[in-house]
Write a protein of this length. Structure first.
Length: 261
């Protein structure tokens, strides 16, 4: 079993437990469930930086990144820095996140929020909506084409944007469909954890222009973004780079200022 298989197996157990504890009707009664969502895809289309900044405490590849920053400070800092959107890890076992992080981020900023999670059930989309997300992530590596279609269409019915993540041409080919807003290319090989921006570059020509192209993982400097922009990328997900500093918001602000020079 690779790490993705392990996470997915654990996620099935976790979601089954959550479903038994909190009925769908309770999620639908959440005060945030009726909140109008903000489109990240639209923001990225009109942005000159395209930064999606992440809140992430730890990861399987890097273990602890930062356990000291609190979510509302990070969310406010990112918004002040001028990022396009914020990604919030809600997986507990492997990334140290929770749905409460999403709730706190929502209370702290007006940015489009991405629930960064391993989605394997429609129930998680209802959770995302109930806890204030605007965008959900679907990972092609753990879903069939039918599941991608089912979950993305359900997300659209909830007015949530859909970011579909791929790692290679095979995943991309099975995933392209009208119910997606953004196609994200993860530059990290999930089997080896090696990172290469060439993954984004080689797949860019295969992504139709109807979708906003997002590059994920391994983007730690201005040069990386400048090298990807000619390939049509309008979104750049930056995870560890800001979180590994003492002030994620200040780091994002400096980064964006340099990018705009």
């Amino acid at each position: 079993m690779n790490i993705l298989d392990k996470i997915t197996a654990d996620k099935r157990t976790e979601v089954a437990l959550r479903k038994s504890l909190i009925p769908i009707s309770q999620l639908e009664q959440s005060v945030l469930f009726e909140r109008p969502t903000v489109s990240l895809a639209e923001k990225l289309r009109t942005s000159n930086t395209g930064i999606i900044a992440e809140h992430k405490r730890r990861s399987p590849s890097k273990s602890v990144i930062n356990h000291n920053l609190n979510v509302n400070d990070v969310a406010k800092g990112y918004e002040d820095a001028g990022v396009c959107g914020m990604s919030v890890l809600t997986d507990g076992k492997y990334f140290g996140g929770s749905l409460d992080d999403l709730l706190l981020a929502r209370a702290s900023c007006n940015l489009p929020l991405l629930r960064k999670e391993f989605i394997i059930d429609e129930y998680q989309l209802l959770e995302a909506k109930a806890y204030g997300a605007d965008v959900i992530l679907l990972i092609a590596a753990i879903l069939t084409r039918d599941e991608i279609k089912q979950f993305s269409e359900f997300a659209k019915s909830l007015n949530l944007d859909v970011l579909l993540e791929v790692h290679n041409e095979e995943e991309l080919n099975k995933s392209i469909m009208p119910s997606l807003d953004m196609l994200g290319v993860n530059n990290r090989n999930l089997k080896t954890f090696d990172v290469s921006l060439d993954t984004s570059k080689s797949l860019s020509a295969l992504i139709p222009d109807d979708f906003v192209k997002v590059s994920e993982s391994g983007i730690s400097n201005i040069e990386a973004i400048k090298s990807l922009q000619p390939f049509g990328y309008q979104g750049f997900l930056i995870g560890e780079n800001f979180m590994k500093t003492d002030n994620a918001g200040d780091s994002a602000k400096t980064f964006i200022e340099q990018l705009n020079k």
